[in-house]
Ligand binder design. Structure first.
Ligand SMILES: [Zn+2]
Ligand SMILES: [Zn+2]
Length: 289
């Protein structure tokens, strides 16, 4: 079965009750049996849904009927199965939890994947800044990009101090689908960074147009697939935490109390019974017996 995973976002003030919108969209999504996750806030919408081509077309048609979202664009890729277990539509304070007070009016100018590719081909003097978390950039990133050491997007603001030395550089920021760069690029500009750009549609938009080109490894995604390939070549830039063979295979430690998210190749997974350590393996064995 070929399933399409379609993601989208838009910052737009929503004045009507977001709770009503939530109910309406949940009802519709359930009626056409797609699976995914949509977040709605007073500041906009952000979501990712999976379904057959027919289901996704119905969904897009429905969403685009709303005047607020009529110019919404979608980033799509293929999966073997529904990429989510169920359909969730939630209301939130922000469409991506950032805690950033930045004004979107100050956001960095968008540049297209084509433009970025040209800049990289010409070897332009730019600084690529990965706006994602460390566990995401660990398995895939743009060549020579700066990959901050943060665990969650909420921590982005602490990077300002470290990034100060690049204040006069031309900076191109990127994330998975673009949404995280909107506020974080504004934050940089509000703090004196003059030349800040953001990659339109993020990594997904880029690798769809330019596979095997400057993006190395796999692209982390927040659904059941965990990561997607970035081209035709299979290349892991990370390795198994145990045996150090090339691998991008993330699992959660089977010990519920630990739940560590780590990279583990298939072989080690079997030997260690989905556990991150000997201690966790013992606990898991006890529990299962
Ligand atoms: Zn291994
Ligand atoms: Zn563990």
């Amino acid at each position: 079965m070929e399933i399409i995973v379609s993601s989208f976002y838009k910052y737009i003030p929503i004045n009507n009750k977001i709770e009503n919108l939530r109910k309406k969209y949940l009802k519709f999504c359930r009626s056409i049996e797609i699976k995914g996750k949509i977040l709605i806030a007073k500041e906009g919408i952000n979501g990712s849904v999976s379904g057959t081509k027919e289901q996704i077309n119905k969904f897009k048609k429905y969403l685009l009927k709303n005047k607020l979202f009529k110019d919404l664009t979608f980033r799509e890729n293929i999966a073997n199965d529904y990429a989510f277990k169920k359909m969730l539509v939630k209301t939130r304070k922000e469409i991506v939890t950032s805690g950033l007070k930045a004004d979107l009016k100050n956001k960095g100018e968008h540049i297209s994947p084509k433009k970025l590719k040209e800049m990289l081909d010409k070897n332009d003097d730019i600084l690529l800044l990965d706006a994602r978390n460390d566990y995401e950039s660990k398995i895939g990133k743009f060549k020579n990009a700066i990959t901050p050491n943060i665990h969650e997007f909420r921590q982005f603001k602490i990077l300002l101090k470290d990034l100060k030395k690049y204040k006069d550089k031309k900076i191109v920021m990127y994330c998975t689908g673009g949404v995280r760069c909107e506020k974080s690029s504004a934050l940089l500009k509000e703090n004196g960074f003059k030349n800040v750009f953001q990659l339109e549609g993020g990594i997904i938009n880029y690798i769809n147009q330019f596979p095997d080109s400057y993006f190395e490894g796999r692209c982390f995604v927040f659904d059941n697939r965990i990561s997607i390939h970035s081209g035709t070549k299979n290349h892991d830039i990370s390795m198994c935490d145990y045996c150090h063979v090339p691998s991008s295979r993330y699992i959660n430690c089977e010990n519920e109390k630990c739940d560590k998210f780590f990279i583990c190749c298939r072989e080690c997974d079997k030997i260690m019974r989905h556990s991150c350590s000997k201690q966790c393996k013992v606990r898991t064995l006890k529990r299962n017996n």
